[in-house]
Design a protein around this ligand. Structure first.
Ligand code: ATP
Ligand code: MG
Length: 506
């Protein structure tokens, strides 16, 4: 991982870093609030030798003697005798062991100074203990260093600086604690982000998608919240990033095999909710925008959605034709979009895989191929059922859809295997729901008038290109409308009168 990858990772996983840092800082604040404050009072002791002479050599010897002495004195200061004497003097309710732990004696190198500090919950008691302890130590040294009673002691300790009442507690130190929390939090957050990235098994890059799909990426569809409300883009008036992405996909499709471009295209993916149906609808619309007659077929006979997404009749369609109940011409539905006809899935059969793999299904697709410039087939997820693979084998090939950050690498690999095992060719891969720039470091950006997936949306809600059912076809020999002889149940469709089919029947 180079620095750019690392920066990308941080931009993508900034929430992990921020949440972890915040949690650790909050922990540090909590720790600070729960810590009992301890005050520190300090004294300074000065050690001198009782030198007999006043020559330079005597003074030097005396000083050397004192420097050697201070090390032993520091040990004594932290020992039990002085602690016990202090306890006795101040009548403290503690033990010598406990007090010892709160005493610290530090010797300044090459000096005859000893700093003594005492920690206590009470600032006043800390001062009293420090002063009493120093006084007791001075007395103890006097006793220890006097070899003959009445004689002058060899060494002398003076309390050079007495303790005063500390104003601020030594612990907790909020600034230090929060600073440490911040540093640890950032480190932990970055570590977690890297770990999550390493464990992330989803597809997020062109390279991964191409490697697994075994074909090139022909489209990047941005994440577009508006498409959830209105799945079909109005290409005539929509210049949003999403519409432009589908136009690029259309162009790429036409370049796939210049001499013999695929005309019957199955849109499939490994798992549910990866954007197959939405992508199929808009590929069909993009092709229709380029003056092609397109039929969109709902080959997902388990969870059909084109009828709902396009507000069409759902009760009759592909399965109706396959069961022989109606002819193809009777169930094709003209849409409000020019040059786009739809064959919905029809009522859900008990044996979709069998139906889709039948000779009848092949005949239907052949008929559609003959009638239209492009046949775009929506399908079921490949890991769940074989329907998509069966359809793809009949068609010119499949576009395999992967949802950014959701589709798992192994799932996609499995799906591609399923396609290969039935001899279906993967025409290309499409990455859907790519986060907009800023939302993710991995995102791609499209713009054509608009800046991202959310461009010209108002126009989409009321398409300017509304056409009546029997208008708009460049092929007079093609019957793309549901005619008046359609089966009666076609008229038993959704209650709304707004449907083009209903209008055409009326
Ligand atoms: N580009 C997009 N931006 C934002 N949301 C999207 C996009 N494409 C699809 N969606 C939303 O994702 C959800 C699933 O989409 P869709 O129904 O097209 O997926 P699917 O793969 O056909 O699902 P299923 O397997 O259930 O048939 C829908 O709510 C749809 O509106
Ligand atoms: Mg679908």
């Amino acid at each position: 991982m180079n620095i750019r990858d690392f920066a990308k990772l941080l931009r993508t996983r900034w929430i992990t870093v921020c949440v972890t840092t915040l949690a650790v800082v909050l922990g540090a604040v909590l720790y600070t609030l729960l810590t009992t404050p301890l005050y520190q009072a300090s004294t300074r002791l000065f050690v001198s030798a009782s030198s007999g002479g006043a020559s330079v050599s005597d003074l030097y010897q005396g000083n050397l003697f004192s420097q050697q002495r201070v090390l032993s004195y520091a040990e004594l200061l932290g020992g039990g005798t002085v602690a016990q004497r202090t306890i006795d003097k101040l009548k403290l309710d503690t033990t010598a062991d406990a007090l010892e732990k709160r005493i610290k004696a530090t010797v300044k190198p090459n000096t005859v100074l000893i700093d003594v500090s005492v920690l206590d919950e009470s600032p006043v008691r800390a001062r009293d203990i420090a002063n009493a302890l120093s006084d007791e130590f001075v007395a103890l040294v006097g006793e220890l260093e006097t070899t003959t009673p009445g004689a002058q002691a060899d060494s002398r300790v003076v309390v050079e600086q007495r303790a005063s009442v500390p104003t601020k507690p030594l612990v907790p130190n909020p600034v230090r604690n929060i600073g440490i929390g911040l540093g640890l939090g950032v480190l932990l957050g970055v570590g977690l982000a890297v770990l999550r990235d390493m464990l992330d098994n989803t597809i997020k890059s062109q390279q991964t998608l191409e490697e697994i799909a075994g074909s090139s990426v022909v489209g990047y569809i941005p994440l577009d919240k508006d498409i959830r409300k209105v799945p079909a883009l109005s290409f005539v008036s929509d210049n949003s990033g999403t519409a432009e992405a589908f136009r690029k996909l259309r162009t790429n499709l036409q370049f796939l095999a210049v001499d013999n471009p695929p005309r019957v295209i199955v849109v499939t993916s490994s798992s549910p909710a990866e954007g197959k149906s939405t992508t199929a609808i808009n590929i069909a619309l993009a092709l229709a925008e380029a003056e092609h007659n397109v039929v969109l077929v709902d080959g997902d006979m388990r969870r059909p959605s084109l009828d709902k997404y396009l507000d069409l009749v759902g009760s009759v369609g592909f399965s109706t034709v396959l069961s022989g109940t109606a002819s193809l011409a009777e169930v094709l539905q003209k849409t409000e979009f020019p040059r786009l006809t739809v064959l919905t899935a029809g009522s859900i059969p008990p044996n979709p895989s069998e139906l889709l793999g039948s000779l009848a299904a092949r005949k239907v697709l052949d008929e559609l191929r003959a009638q239209f410039d492009f046949v775009v087939v929506d399908s079921s997820p490949l890991l769940a059922v074989t329907d998509g693979a069966v359809l793809a084998a009949t068609a010119d090939g499949a576009l395999i859809v992967a949802r950014f950050g959701k589709t798992k690498r192994d799932h996609l690999a499995h799906a591609v295997e399923n396609l290969n095992s039935v001899g279906a060719s993967v025409l290309g891969a499409v990455m859907t729901m790519m986060p907009a720039r800023g939302g993710s470091s991995y995102s791609y950006h499209y713009s054509y008038g608009g800046s991202s997936g959310d461009g010209n949306r108002d126009q989409r809600k009321e398409p300017a290109n509304f056409h009546s059912a029997d208008a708009e076809t460049n092929r007079p020999d093609v019957n793309t409308t549901a005619d008046a002889t359609s089966p009666r149940h076609l008229t038993e469709r959704k209650d709304g009168d707004a449907s083009p089919v209903k209008r055409s029947l009326d």
